[in-house]
Each structure stands twice: as C-alpha cells, then as structure tokens.
Ligand binder design. Structure first.
Ligand SMILES: [Zn+2]
Length: 550
C-alpha cells in the first residue's frame, strides 16, 4: 500500500499533470452558431486539449486553473481550415529548388550548386520557377549549362509557367534520350529544353519518392500550414502512399495539423483503409472521409467544360474527363461504401453534369450526405439554386478569383460572368460554402483568401471597387467559410471549426484585429502562434513577436 502510494507520488512529481489552462487577456473573435461575430476574452482548456469554457464579459472560470497563459491582448481566432488543399504536393513543391526571380543564368547555376551541396541524398534535383525573360540576354538555358554545375545526378528545372523544363545530360540519359529521339506531338526538345508534351519523357522517369522523402514532404507541408494559421485541412486526392505517410506521422505523434482526407479517385479509394472511411484516428488528427473525382480540367488551359463554346476559341467547349454513366457508377460505388463525394467541376457544363448526377444519386442515398463540388467556379446562374435542395456544398477558393479574373473574362466573354466565382449568390441561394486555397496552386496562406472574399480584390487592392463586387461576402461569412463551414464540409463540426465547450482548443494568435482591418491589411495578417489541442505547436519569428506591442 505504502509502496504504491510512493510510486503514485513519484509519478506525479516526475510529470506534473496540467489539469486546466486558462488563456486570458485575449481578443477572441470567431463566428457563432448564429453566423454573427462572437467576441470573447479567454478560454479554459482541459488536460485533453479541449475547450471547457469560453470567457465572455465578467464571467470567471468555473474550475480551478493550474496554468495561466497571457495572450497579451492579441487577437485570437479559431485555427483556420483549408477546405481544399493538396498536402503532399505542398511539401514536395516547397522542398524543390526555388528559382523564382533569378536574374541570370549564373545566378541559377549558383543556386543549383548550393542546393545540390545541401541535398547530397537527393537522387534527382528538382527545381522550378526560372524565367529567362528576366535575364540580360533572354537566352534559354541548355543542358551544358546545367552539366557545368551538376553532372553526377539528374537535374530537372521547370520554367516559371510550367510549360518547359531544362534537363542536364544525366536526366536526358535517364529518360533514354538520344539524338534520334523524336518529340511527341505538341512537344519540342532543344539542347536539353523540353517543351510542353515533350516534358513527360523526363517526368515519367523521375523516381517515386521514398518513404523518407514522403515523411520529409509531409513535415514541410505541416510547418507551412501551421505558420500560416491552418490547423486543419482537407487533402483533396490522397494516394495510398500519402495515407501511409500521414499515419506514420500521426503514430509518431508528429502530426499536428488535422487532415480530412479524400482518396485520389476510385482506385485509391478501394485501397486506402481497406476501401472504407476510417473515422477519426490518432486523437482526431486524421480521417479518411471521402473520395475526390474529376469532371473536367481548368479554365486557363480550356479544359473546363462549358455549356457553350469558349469565347476566345469557339471551336471548343472544353474536355470532359468523365461520362455521365461513369460518373454515376463511380459516385454510386463511393456512396455505397460510405465515402463522401467531392467532385472537381470548373466549367458551367461540368457543374451541371455533377449536379445532375448528385440529384439522381440522392434518390438512392437520402439523408445528410454533404456531397461537394470542388471549385464550382463557373456556374450557370440557373444552376445555383440546385445546390441547396440536394444538400450540396460548394467548395470554393477565393484567391482563384483574383488570379483568374482577366483570363476568365477572355475565356467566357462579358456575358457569361454572372455565375463566375459567385460566392454571395451561392450563399443567398441557401447553400453551404466552404473556403480553401487549392494549395500549392495558390499559397496556403488563408488571409489573402479572407481578404479576397470580402473585397473581390487582390492583395494590392486590384481592381478598384472589386471585380463583380456584388459577389463579395461579409467578414463573418468569409471567416465562417474558413472555419465552421469548412469543418461542416468535412463532417468535422463536432470536433473543430469553433472554440466551444467539447471541441478541440485549436486556435491562433495574430498580429492585428482581423475583424476591423481593411482588406489589404487583412491579407497581410501575420500569424504569431498556432495552438492545436491546447498545445503551442508553432510560433513566429522574433520580428513577428516584436510587433506584439502595436
Ligand atoms: Zn485542387
């Protein structure tokens, strides 16, 4: 008895258990269940990392407090959620050699040399972002220019637009390239420069990442997400290898972001977790909830399926990636196995196709299904009212609107823009919206997205007055799109998306009052600290901390 007591005391002394933590002196801002702003000044968090009390007004903690954290009057928000990202791609692209903005071939060579020296384990050296238009002679690089710096392993460096890449001799050798190689149709090869359709000759030879490389990419992606204030994300297109990496990280207690995983197509869906949704795993860090499918491509490359021909290329409507019959049978298989459906549709033709498939499927699968359309970018205004009655969620990316607007005007012409990036029309129709970034297509930083959502302007305030400003949303709607509604879109609203008793204490401290900031200031918000399950998992640089006094 005495021995057991001593052991218990020793255990208590060796690991002082923190029962409750009070986060006080915060300027808390979130969206309440009524859709209005909810301001609070503190949180009580239990030893599990869950919120037990939200302090508003003069209310005092209802239980004894073991630890107090002074938020220093800073703005506290629920952790933001990206409803549409690509986690591993974010990590892999961030690990590549970044050649954005290099001013000369010599500068590119220097950076390549340094990167190769810093990454001796890399079997291939991959990079991207160079633009010879910024160089004094504007001359394209050649394989020999790369060989001069790195010749011991393949090097493959993509141009800024993704439509060309330069290979060194080792990469060309790996691709089986010889003087007799003929570029495929739609491609060109010149002195190691592979253009468009020729790029696949080399890209198909890049070895699949090892488990260690996967782990490294996931860690990098997580660091970027936490630094940008994201505590949860949907992963739109998880492969079985990605799923394994996420589980390895979580098992090793290294997964700090929460991932709502959507298998990348039906073949991956059949394999991951034995072909069934996983439910929440690893203390709610990981959940395979659904499957991501594609109905069409992108607007920029005219792959998006439009109801009528492209305004700037009248001989095409775009390129459908799935027939009605295929979509119906694949969606039926996914629904039958309990997977939530998330189908990519950009053009108004593809959106109508997915809406029809969902409406039909709903007769067999009633109830709360929350089927999603990813992007819902260009809709026929007549189709928007079809979302709400079928319980369909529009998963949209505000920053795409600012990146695409000039291109969209060309592709669609002035008369077909009414249903383009039409966030407010979707909300007014009674449908749910969820916001995201589509990282790494865009930056994972959600603040430019919040700013675009309320202004229809880019980070520099363009265009003045906003593009189709009637589609702006309120700050509350925008914040909800990146918190409550993004959680709802992944069946996670009981777990996170708001700081309420019983939910995880996932929150961020930022350097300004986002509810009062103008759009350009909102877009430039800096995250100071990121907390997940009541633990600080990321904090900013000294410079960010120095702004706290402002
Ligand atoms: Zn995407």
């Amino acid at each position: 008895m005495r021995k057991a007591l001593l052991a218990a005391v020793a255990m208590l002394l060796s690991s002082p258990a923190i029962a409750t933590t009070l986060i006080e002196n915060a300027r808390g801002v979130q969206v309440g269940p009524d859709g209005k702003l909810d301001r609070f000044r503190g949180l009580v968090v239990n030893d599990q990392g869950k919120v037990v009390q939200v302090l508003r007004g003069p209310a005092a903690p209802v239980m004894p407090i073991d630890r107090r954290i002074d938020a220093g009057g800073r703005t506290l928000l629920p952790g933001l959620i990206d409803a549409h990202g690509h986690v591993m791609a974010l990590g892999f692209s961030a690990l590549q050699l970044d050649l954005t903005g290099v001013r000369s071939l010599e500068e590119m060579q220097q950076r390549l040399k340094a990167y190769a020296a810093a990454n001796p384990q890399a079997r291939w050296i991959l990079g991207r972002g160079w633009n010879q238009e910024l160089w004094p002679d504007r001359k394209f690089p050649a394989a020999a220019d790369i060989d001069a710096v790195v010749a011991d392993r393949p090097v493959w460096l993509g141009r800024v637009d993704g439509h060309a890449a330069i290979a060194n001799s080792a990469a060309m050798q790996a691709a089986g390239f010889s003087v007799n190689t003929i570029a495929p149709q739609g491609g060109r090869i010149e002195n190691g420069l592979f253009v468009d359709a020729a790029m696949v000759l080399v890209e198909s030879k890049i070895p699949a990442p090892t488990a260690a490389e996967q782990d490294q990419a996931l860690a990098k992606a997580q660091e970027l997400m936490l630094a940008n204030g994201l505590t949860a994300t949907a992963d739109m297109g998880t492969s079985p290898e990605d799923w394994a990496a996420m589980n390895r990280a979580a098992s090793g207690k290294k997964l700090n972001v929460r991932i709502l995983s959507y298998a990348g197509g039906i073949p991956s869906m059949r394999v991951i977790n034995g072909g069934k949704p996983s439910g929440w795993l690893h203390a709610d860090r990981l959940n395979l909830v659904g499957v991501k499918m594609y109905a069409d491509g992108a607007l920029g490359s005219r792959g998006a399926v439009l109801k009528r021909p492209y305004a700037d290329k009248p001989d095409t409507h775009g390129l459908s990636l799935i027939s009605d019959a295929q979509l119906s049978s694949q969606a039926d298989e996914a629904a039958r196995t309990g997977h939530q459906l998330a189908v990519h549709a950009i053009g108004d033709g593809a959106n109508a196709q997915v809406l029809s498939a969902y409406e039909k499927l709903r007769r067999s699968y009633p109830g709360d299904r929350r089927w999603r359309i990813e992007h819902f970018q260009i809709a026929d205004p007549a189709d928007i009212p079809r979302l709400a009655p079928a319980g369909i969620i529009a998963s949209m990316q505000p920053v795409h609107q600012t990146s695409d607007r000039l291109m969209a005007e060309q592709r669609l012409g002035p008369d077909r823009l009414a249903g383009a990036y039409a966030w407010q029309s979707v909300i007014r129709s009674g449908a749910r919206i969820a916001f995201g970034s589509d990282f790494p297509v865009e930056s994972p930083n959600p603040f430019p997205g919040l700013a675009a959502a309320i202004s229809r302007q880019d980070i520099n305030g363009q265009p003045p007055g906003g593009w189709m400003p009637e589609e702006r949303v309120s700050f509350e709607q925008a914040l909800s799109g990146f918190t409550r509604d993004a959680a709802y879109a992944g069946f996670a609203e009981q777990k996170f998306g708001a700081l309420e008793p019983g939910k995880w204490a996932d929150f961020i401290l930022v350097d300004r009052d986002v509810s009062a900031a103008d759009p350009q200031a909102l877009a430039r918000t800096q995250v100071l600290e990121t907390w997940v399950a009541g633990k600080k998992v990321w904090s900013g640089s000294a410079s960010a901390a120095g702004e706290r006094g402002q």
